[in-house]
Design a binder for this molecule. Sequence first.
Ligand SMILES: [Zn+2]
Length: 236
Amino acid sequence: MSARGLLPPSHPIPLQVRSGGWTSLLAAKGHDGRHAEFPFLEGLEHSDPAVARKITRDAVMTTGAAWKSSDAGPNRIRRWVMLLPGHELLERYDIDLDLFREDVRAKLLEKAAPYEDCIRVAQKLTWLAYSMDKAPEPPPELRAYLEDLFGFIEVGTTTCLICRAPLDFTQFSLARRGKAELETAHSAPRAHNPENVGFAHRACNIAQGNKTLDQFYDWIAEILERARPQSSNSTR
Ligand SMILES: [Zn+2]
């Protein structure tokens, strides 16, 4: 069953704008007619607005990174904007990629994703959030909509994408030194689609780095083999 028509009318969610010079890029102005609309986030917008904002930002914007600076450009751009050809970026958004350092340009292009994939990522993250222990109860029509997409919402089943430990919803409000404890993570860091995203502990996400999950687990296994060989286990 589709929830189209059952959900409240959608409306654009304002996206965080960090750098004034980039306002025109981030605002709806100049956008190609499709707006960032997330009707499936209406429930969380009321119960936990910070979580709704996080899901929107993580689904739509390129990830924040240490390379942000005035000369290197912004670290958050709508992912689908980066799919446009260079001349269109320049004409429509006043972005001259040639002015950026090569590593910055590469990172921006690496994070590019079509609009539809970003929306589907937001839907998946919403479903995962409602499936956490201590999550708020989704409104019935929203539950039906999300379950139609991803299956039954069973509270307590969302785990860290990386270490597989159960996550609970209250961890969204935890932060250390201004850094959120829960982050959006990717099984393969360069693929931004619902099959490939989930929530993870910040520490786990940092440890995974640019590796795919398979590469990361192999790396850990090799480390454990060296650090804790079977022989030393049996003698202690
Ligand atoms: Zn973890």
